[in-house]
Write a protein that binds this ligand. Structure first.
Ligand code: AGP
Length: 613
């Protein structure tokens, strides 16, 4: 969602901010702007559309100086136009603000401010913030106290950055509520503020994460962190080791394509340090899972949104099969409203690439409120979902930039497989031979993934055949049923083709009515325990004239004899097969979208981190 970058130091702020915002483009946005202190005046440039438009504007009308801040906005209140774009100046033009989130009580605040004579220039909720700050400044207090009072007046989950031309030695920022992050980057005689690490990674690796209900006053040489009530906070400095090259597209046309191809490496990384192949053991130290705790668990709720939720559905199969613990998957946006039955024997396991998804965080909060054990599987290091959990598994895949999630889908499949083995081992429900076999199978993963991805050209041929379709059905069973959902989601989100994922056995209960000679049906038919069942499903689709594209295991003559097209995958242990079957579906969606000339990495209406409910 919205991206924020702030800079204070001796250099000109504009290029630092613009480059930082570029690194945050993956979060999705529909307008952008910067505000920089030039001499004694705050100057603002902002426009609707992509950063390239803002850059053009800055070329025509540059701003020198520092400090400064920039913002990419994903519209919630008011249309995505230049007037509503951030930053927002106050009436005096001496204070400027950017915000990520929603000021939930903005109508009330706006009424109060309007009654005082404030004239709003935009339709945004954010504008209330700057007017409130000015309202408090007018009482004679300084910027920090005016900001603190304002932050305390605001209801919602917000990140705010503001500065004043009258106190040019500081930027003030706050994190109110849980959604969205604030990273403070520590430089030499300069400091940075951002909503995510990639924005400032080229300048510093030493960062501080603001917690919820904290604010920071950032000068060139200091960072003072307090709670919104004024209690001093001793910051913890984290050193980030990501390679900046990992955030670049490199040889690929799109980040999504790069991230698909990174999966062999990403899955090696997710295994790193966790697997003891010699003894057939799994270690997940950050989960804080003891034998006592493992034996106490009587139910696991997996909660997540979108792709992460489909990963959780695969996790249900794995944990129930291997560790024999009942698992329920509840999507994040429903969890807290379903009044789940939770206690200290229940685990709430959240899965999230960004670790910032508002609905997933709210589900974790519900788990916390009801006394459950709260775990997370997260990619973004230091994100909220990682920090608030009792234990976590880091995906260790590096930043995912493409809005369509790929490597952050396969990593949690492997993470949940490892978790299932560890739980089974600690609960004593797995014999040594089976455990050793399951652990040993993990060795195969990077190679299986690499070999499947080498077949990209074959998938591209099918993409050419399908690029003009209007609808598509994806069918799968058992552990590969969620892969049908994920394949359909990938296609619809980046190619805008209507696609449905369905449990193949359900087809005859309704969706079969859709099948005719215009309907491609993608059937996941690897050699897994549901293989025979999938063969009958393929026959049913063929009998109605559907165009069947099967994903099948090398050498499967039966499927070959029935399907119109076959996407071949190497044979894999069935519990790890979803890691392989999803790859051609990612590639298919990617190539169809690329052939249609669409913006693969930033599809319309979508954001990488969905930080609003
Ligand atoms: C993935 O392709 C989607 N864009 C989306 O469903 C995403 O997986 C979902 O919003 C959850 O995000 P998270 O993993 O960051 O929590």
């Amino acid at each position: 969602m919205c991206g924020i970058v702030g800079y204070i130091g001796p250099r000109d702020a504009t290029p630092i901010i613009v480059n930082g915002l570029k690194r945050l483009e993956y979060r999705g946005y529909d307008s952008a702007g910067v505000a920089v202190l030039n001499g004694d005046q705050i100057e603002v440039r902002r426009d609707a559309g992509k950063l390239s438009q803002l850059i053009e504007l800055l070329e025509k009308s540059p701003i020198d100086g520092a400090p400064g801040m920039g913002h990419t906005r994903w519209a919630t209140h008011g249309a995505p136009n230049a007037r509503n774009a951030h930053p927002h100046l106050g009436q005096t033009k001496r204070v400027v603000v950017v915000q990520n989130g929603i000021v939930e009580n903005f109508l009330e605040l706006k009424d109060e401010l309007t009654a005082e004579g404030v004239e709003f220039q935009s339709e945004t909720d954010t504008e209330t913030i700057v007017h409130l700050v000015e309202h408090y400044l007018a009482t004679g207090i300084g910027l920090v106290e005016a900001a603190r009072k304002t932050f305390n007046d605001i209801q919602g989950a917000n990140v705010i950055v503001l500065m004043s031309a009258d106190e040019p030695d500081k930027i003030v920022t706050a994190r109110i509520g849980n959604a969205g992050g604030v990273v403070l980057g520590m430089g030499q005689d300069e400091n940075f503020i951002a909503s995510d690490i990639p924005a400032i990674m080229e300048h510093t690796r030493d960062v501080i994460f603001l917690e919820s209900h904290q604010m920071a006053v950032v000068t060139r040489n200091t960072m003072t962190i307090e709670t919104l009530d004024g209690a001093k906070v001793k910051p913890q400095v984290h050193s980030i080791s990501w390679d900046p090259v990992a955030a670049e597209k490199g040889e690929y046309r799109h980040f999504m394509q790069k991230e698909i191809h990174e999966q062999a490496r990403a899955l090696t990384d997710t295994l790193a340090g966790r697997v003891d192949f010699a003894n057939g053991k799994i270690r997940l130290p950050d989960l804080n899972l003891t034998e006592e705790l493992a034996k106490k668990i009587d139910k696991i709720y997996i909660t997540a949104c979108g792709t992460a939720a489909y990963a959780g559905m695969v996790g249900k199969y794995l944990i129930e099969k291997i560790a024999r613990i009942p698992v329920e998957v509840v999507i994040g946006s429903e969890f807290r409203y379903s009044d789940p039955i939770l206690d200290d024997r229940t685990v709430v396991l959240a899965i999230s690439q960004s670790g910032e998804t508002a609905d997933t965080l709210a589900a974790m909060e519900e788990g916390r409120r009801k006394g459950a054990i709260v775990w997370s599987i997260v990619n973004a290091i230091g994100s909220q979902a990682m920090r608030v959990a009792d234990g976590y598994i880091s995906m260790q895949t590096g930043p995912e930039i493409g809005v369509a999630s790929t490597k952050a889908f396969t990593a949690p499949l492997v993470d949940q497989y490892m978790l299932a083995i560890l739980l089974a081992d600690l609960r004593g429900v797995i014999d040594e031979k089976t455990r050793r076999q399951l652990v040993s199978d993990l060795r195969l993963v990077p190679d299986l993934v690499g070999r499947t991805l080498e077949r990209e050209d074959d998938v591209e041929v099918i993409a050419h055949a399908l690029k003009d379709i209007r609808d598509c059905l994806y069918l799968g069973r058992g552990i590969n049923m969620p892969i049908a959902y994920e394949g359909a989601l990938k296609l619809k989100e980046i190619s805008y083709i209507h696609a449905e994922g369905y449990p193949a056995g359900e087809m005859k209960h309704g969706p079969i009515a859709l099948i005719d000679e215009h309907m491609p049906v993608i059937c996941l038919a690897p050699k897994d325990p549901w293989h025979e069942k999938m063969i009958s499903q393929i026959q049913q689709a063929k009998a109605r004239g559907g165009i069947v594209i099967a994903v099948a295991t090398d050498g499967d003559e039966v499927v070959k004899g029935m399907a119109d097209h076959v996407i071949w995958i190497p044979e894999s242990p069935w519990m790890l097969s979803p890691v392989v079957t999803v790859l051609p579906l990612q590639l298919l969606a990617y190539h169809i979208a690329a052939l249609r000339g669409l913006d693969v990495d930033q599809p319309r209406n979508l954001a990488k981190s969905v930080t609003v409910e």
